[in-house]
Design a protein around this ligand. Structure first.
Ligand SMILES: [Fe+2]
Ligand SMILES: [Fe+2]
Length: 144
């Protein structure tokens, strides 16, 4: 059995008190563990078989992110959130960056799985703390 790294998932500081959005954020961090299921040695450059498996996981994460962004943007639209445009731009950029990373992998650039995991994790963490949480505050004051 591969040694379990102490990887950080969803933490309390991400909670926005919008249950549907919090649950989706939590699910995204849970899905990240599929990366290490496919490539338990996260620091070793991926071989061809692992690249195929990782690309499948990345596709799943990308689809889930798209679903989540649509949900979140609908909440924002509902209460005329002034930074909706900025959020949409960041969401789209994430998807573009993920597609670019997939292309790099499929074109044979050798990278370790940790690079994929860190990219996903760090983007989500930064985005939740800097963009989604301020929306959570706005939502508290402006909904109902
Ligand atoms: Fe967002
Ligand atoms: Fe979000």
């Amino acid at each position: 059995m591969a040694s379990k790294l102490n990887l950080v998932g969803f933490t309390e500081e991400y909670v926005m008190d919008i249950p549907e959005i919090d649950d989706q954020h939590k699910t995204f961090f849970d899905l990240l563990d599929k990366i290490n299921d496919v490539a338990p040695d996260l620091y070793k450059p991926l071989n061809d078989d692992e690249v195929d498996d990782i690309v499948d996981v990345i596709n799943e994460l990308r689809d889930y992110a798209l679903f989540h962004f649509r949900t979140e943007e609908a909440y924002m639209q509902e209460i005329d959130y002034p930074d909706l445009g900025k959020q949409k731009k960041e969401h789209n950029r994430f998807i573009t960056d993920v597609i670019r990373m997939e292309a790099e992998l499929m074109n044979g650039s050798s990278m370790p799985a940790i690079k994929v995991r860190n990219f996903m994790h760090d983007w989500y963490r930064g985005h939740i703390m800097n963009e989604d949480k301020p929306f959570g505050e706005f939502y508290k004051k402006n909904s109902k």
